[in-house]
Design a protein around this ligand. Structure first.
Ligand code: NAP
Length: 460
């Protein structure tokens, strides 16, 4: 028997969001158990569950209890504050593990490609989300909430989160773990009108039922829908009746109920506008308006429905624009990347040498948004993570994984030599308790650390 037969399989997972944890969970179920080292560039785990899920959705965040159980299993280590591509190269990881699974998500956003997008006051929704969630990357993000009106472009669930946070009562936000700096800024916010713009019709909207219904429950905001936007063209009516599930039908019912409401003169308004695309963000040094065009719908020739501009335009008097038209993955040094899809090219999780080829890089896998693009809910990452992890096990069983030359001790030495302060899961649990304690003192459920140096300082 060789040494390889006697030791457990060693897997590195890069990224500690849902896809990483579900891949880890699957590997932990194997006999003999697999040793897992989960890396994250932040000292904190959970990916978008901490940095993306809206603070007023605590039930969704409670999924971290499952991840904590996974992290508590024998053979699992969390190596936080270690950035692959900076502190360790891909090749070094490959040399220390039998397999590497990248679950790094989609770390940037898509742009609109219209004039004025670079003006002050024009932001990616993802920046705003990171900022209110206390993500260290966005701690110094500046957003001017002294304006009266804002536009959110896109009608996915991220757009819903952004519009809802802007229209929420501060007292309600204070009852959440929204970051302290963002709470102070939102307390001083003068934003009264939030436009939410869908380029296609209500039947094609990407938001889900509960997220749309939450607008009807905002105590301080009227929700306004123009009934004309709900008159369906033939294509939309056909799409609605042929739909596999009832999401669009239920959304239509909610929107009709909103359209029937009389504004109550509440301090804020959320105005949904469908069949509306932004064409230019106006302003000289900062945003002072948004030119939009009315669209009509047409078959796109591929079985879908696309928006086509008419010549009807108007200017919305907004001082802020948040584009919420999707996240996008970022290339990792040493790994292939498909710039068009913003993903690492892969065949069901096995990383390919280049987009369009069939040859897989042995021992390298992806799961989550860097594998399939930025879609689906947290639970979607479970089958996705399982699929990739199971390919790793199959490849191991068939002997195609290159044997690593180094082990855990060698990897730890390498990080120590480079002066990397590795944050363990026990360290994170200390940070977690400190955040809850800090919250208690401020009458909040949690007060997040929002800077990496503050986190490391608190651990000394
Ligand atoms: P998304 O669901 O893909 O929505 C993107 C939106 O942007 C769509 O309405 C899309 O319209 C629109 N869009 C794209 N390009 C555009 C353009 N050039 N001009 C105008 N509109 C444009 O993406 P997301 O909101 O970023 O969400 C990402 C994923 O996370 C989704 O699966 C979402 O459900 C999930 N998520 C879930 C929750 C939750 O469960 N509460 C919260 C947040 C996010 P078209 O349809 O016309 O392309």
């Amino acid at each position: 028997m060789t040494d390889q037969d006697n030791r457990p399989l060693r897997v590195a997972i890069v990224g500690s969001g849902p896809a990483g944890f579900y891949a880890a969970e699957y590997l932990q179920r194997q006999q003999p158990a697999v040793e897992i080292d989960m890396f994250d560039r932040l000292p904190t785990p959970y990916g978008l569950v901490r940095g993306g899920v809206a603070p007023d959705h605590p039930k969704i965040k409670s999924v971290t209890r499952i991840y904590d159980r996974i992290a508590g299993q024998p053979g699992f280590r969390f190596l936080g504050n270690v950035c692959v591509g900076r502190d360790l190269s891909h090749e070094e990881l490959r040399a220390h593990y039998d397999g590497v699974i990248y679950t790094v998500g989609a770390q940037t956003d898509r742009t609109l490609g219209i004039p004025g997008e670079g003006l002050r006051g024009s932001h990616a929704a993802t920046e705003f989300v990171g900022w209110y969630n206390g993500h260290p990357d966005y701690r110094d993000f500046e957003v001017d909430l002294s304006v009266e009106s804002a536009a959110v472009i896109g009608v996915g669930n991220v757009a819903m989160d952004v519009a809802r946070i802007l229209a929420s009562r501060v007292a309600d936000l204070a009852a959440t773990d929204l970051a302290g700096h963002a709470l102070a800024a939102l307390e001083a916010s003068r934003v009264r009108t939030v436009y939410v713009l869908g380029r296609r019709g209500p039947v094609q909207a990407a938001f889900t039922n509960p997220e749309l219904r939450e607008f009807g429950e905002l105590p301080d905001a009227d929700v306004i829908v123009d009934p004309r936007d709900l008159e369906l063209d033939e294509l939309s009516a056909a799409e609605l009746s042929a739909a596999d599930d009832r999401t669009a039908e239920k959304n239509m019912a909610t929107l009709k109920e909103y359209a029937s409401r009389l504004p109550l003169g509440r301090p804020r308004r959320v105005i949904f506008k469908f069949l509306t695309s932004p064409v230019e963000i106006l302003g000289t040094d900062r945003v002072d308006g948004l030119r939009v065009v009315r669209n009509r719908l047409e078959a796109d020739g591929k079985g879908g429905i696309k928006a086509v501009a008419t010549d009807e335009t108007e200017v919305l008097p907004v001082g802020l624009v948040f584009r919420s038209v999707g996240y996008k993955g970022v290339a990792l040094p040493g790994l292939p990347f498909d710039d068009r899809s913003g993903t690492i090219p892969n065949a069901n999780g096995r990383v390919l040498a280049a987009p369009g080829t069939e040859s897989a890089l042995p021992g390298v896998y992806v799961a989550g948004w860097i594998k399939r693009g930025p879609s689906g809910v947290i639970g979607t990452n479970k089958p996705c993570g399982v699929e990739s992890a199971s390919h790793l096990l199959t490849d191991h069983a068939s002997g195609v994984l290159p044997a690593p030359s180094g082990d855990r001790a060698a990897l730890d030495r390498l990080l120590a030599e480079r002066g990397v302060r590795v944050v363990s899961f026990a360290d994170w649990q200390r940070l977690d308790s400190l955040e809850v304690e800090q919250g208690k003192a401020a009458g909040r459920p949690r007060l997040k650390f929002t800077r990496i140096d503050e986190m490391l300082e608190a651990l000394t």
